[in-house]
Each structure stands twice: as C-alpha cells, then as structure tokens.
Design a protein around this ligand. Structure first.
Ligand code: UDP
Ligand code: MG
Length: 332
C-alpha cells in the first residue's frame, strides 16, 4: 500500500493552519478508507522560521497524537528551501507538496495518487483558472511563464509547487546541489513518467500572501538566470550589431571628412555614441554581474537549511477521531 506524505511549508500561517490541518487530515482519512493510501501516511508541516504561533500549533497537533510530522527550520529560508526540507525529511513512497493556504484545491491529491498508482513518478497540479488571484498577480505570472518559455527553460505552465513526487523522483532531486533552487524548473529535468492534474485555484483560507512583489521578482530573476544563458547571448548579439553599426558610421565619417567640404565637427555624432556605448556596456556588465553573483553564491556550497527539531504525531488509535475533533475545533 502507498505510504503518502503531504508536505506543507508554513511561514506565519497561524490563521490558516487549523483549517488546513483539518482538511488535510479529513482527506487522508478518506483516502485510507478508499484503500488508496496506507495508515502510515502523514501530513508533514515545515515551519519556515515563523514568528507567530505556527510552530507551537504544529507541536500541539503532534503531541495530541494526530498523524502529523512537524519539521522546524532554524530560521526563515524561503518557500523553496522549506519545501525541499520537507521533501527530504518526509518518509513514504509518494510525496505531495501543497501550500499552507489551501489555494490549491486539495481534492486533486486523490487524482495525483491515482496517477502515481498507475506508474507516474511526477504528477503536476496545473491551475485551470486563476480567477481568485489579483489581476496584477495574474499578469505578472503570465509574463513570467512567457519569458521562461522564450528563454528556453522547460516549465509546466500554470503549475506552482503543487505536485506529487515518487520516492525515486525525490532521491533524484537530492542530486541537484545548487543553492539557488528553482524547483519548478528542475523537476521537468528529472524525466520519469509524468502526468498533469487540473484544479481550480481558490482564495486563501486565511492570512495573507507571504510572496510580496520583492520576493516574486527575486524568484523570477533566479529562475531566469538559473535556467538560461540566453541573456548572455543576447548581450553578445547586441555587441556585434553595435560593432557593425559603428563600422558603417566610421566609413561614412571618413568619406565626409576626406571627399566633401561638409565636414563640420558635429557635436551629436560625438556625444551620441558615448551615451549609447556607455549604455550598452553597462547593460552587458549588469548581465555578467548577475551570473557572476550566481557563481559566487553557488561555489560557496552553503547549506540550504538546518532542521532544528522534528516532532512526530502518533499512529491513530481507535477512539482517536473524537480527540482530533476536540483539538481542531475552532477556539481550542
Ligand atoms: N512560505 C514559506 N516561507 C516563506 C514564504 C512563504 O514557507 O518565506 C510558504 C507559505 O506559508 C505558503 C507557501 O509558502 O504555504 C506559499 O506562500 P503564499 O501563499 O504566501 O504565496 P502566494 O500563494 O501568494 O504566491
Ligand atoms: Mg498562496
């Protein structure tokens, strides 16, 4: 029987956590009853250095014998690292990752497990609509996927980090040692048999987005420079064009100076190239700097995260169901 782990990275999610935990455990029970997953299946909460009650709550869930595992990172390391910590710490034959805000319809997990049981190693959750996202988020996301495709990085469109990975796929993922990890770009590189599952993107159950514009930009920059050398090549192409253009201008200037009497020293023809070339050079330096910075960070081989504590909830015993209810009912 398939042992399933559901990995949930949590950063300051105290508002969303009770509902998320309740729904995931209900789903777990349903899948167990349907004979699709084993009793040993767990929900793995990764606390990404939250400053609110998130970790205390996770500890409470585990202590009260719920089938949850809590992994506490030593400090905030960001969504991608938290996710990775969860994937690597989780046991089981199949591991699903999902956000703590339940924006991704968890009913799709059942279909993911079905695909896994039919032999898929990777099952991508793909949003069928983004109606509940803000127009800004929708547009930036669309622009981002467009850019990534143009730059030649393989991505699954409208797929966030909601997916199922088999044990084998997770072990393969371990081999990727980069510090700046962009999971959505790496998973397609693993290969193996994959499938996609459509689901509707819902509104957050509670709390607010932890992905402000600054983090979105940093994720996008990371994705582009981790997966593509196209920006570098683009700079070379611009360099060649500018060089050719300047040859033509040079020939023209010589011709005017040598064979005509129109050779009035032009201010524009001197100052314009200075600005133009200055601009091109700065741009080129910027791009090179971006990749150099990446090299710098990667060569240090810094650890991606430290696990401070792991707590484990119990095997669910008969009569546990009532107790679950008491712990998870609102206001307790
Ligand atoms: N998250 C995290 N560490 C962070 C930021 C976010 O573990 O530094 C988690 C967060 O708790 C949530 C998931 O990553 O489970 C996605 O974050 P969020 O819902 O805020 O992003 P959005 O859906 O708005 O892009
Ligand atoms: Mg969200």
């Amino acid at each position: 029987m398939t042992v399933l782990s559901i990995v949930v990275p949590c950063y300051n999610e105290q508002e969303a956590l009770p509902e998320t935990c309740r729904q995931l455990l209900v789903l777990r029970s349903r899948l167990i009853a349907a004979g699709k997953i084993a009793d040993a299946s767990r929900v793995v909460f990764v606390d990404d250095g939250s400053r609110d009650r998130t970790w205390t709550m996770i500890e409470e869930y585990a202590a009260s014998g719920l089938p949850v595992v809590g992994v506490k990172l030593s400090r905030n390391r960001g969504h991608q690292n938290a996710l990775l910590a969860g994937l690597f710490a989780a046991r089981g034959d199949a591991i699903v990752s999902v956000d703590a805000d339940l924006q991704d319809d968890i009913d799709a997990i059942e279909t993911m497990v079905d695909h896994y049981r039919q032999g898929c190693d990777v099952v991508y959750g793909v949003r069928s609509s983004r109606d509940t996202d803000t127009a800004f988020k929708r547009q930036t996301a669309r622009g981002f996927y467009w850019l990534m495709e143009r730059l030649g990085a393989q991505t699954v469109r409208d797929h966030a980090d909601y997916r199922l990975l088999s044990r084998r796929a997770v072990e393969a993922l371990r081999e990727y040692g980069e510090t700046n990890l962009y999971l959505r770009g790496i998973i397609p590189l693993l290969g193996f048999r994959s499938a996609t599952v459509q689901y509707a993107r819902l509104a957050r159950v509670a709390g607010e987005s932890k992905y402000p514009l600054r983090r979105m930009i940093s994720l996008a920059l990371n994705a582009v420079t981790s997966f593509s050398v196209v920006p570098l090549r683009l700079i070379s192409a611009i360099g060649i064009l500018v060089f050719l253009a300047s040859l033509i201008v040079l020939a023209w200037t010589l011709w005017v100076a040598l064979f005509t009497d129109r050779a009035i020293p032009g201010w524009a023809s001197i100052t314009l190239p200075i600005y133009f070339l200055g601009g091109v050079q700065l741009l080129a330096l910027g791009v090179i700097g971006e990749y150099l910075g990446k090299l710098y960070v990667e060569t240090k081989r810094r650890p991606r995260y430290f696990i401070e504590r792991i707590v484990e909830g119990g095997p669910v015993r008969p009569g546990q169901a009532q107790k679950d209810q008491a712990v998870l009912s609102p206001g307790s």
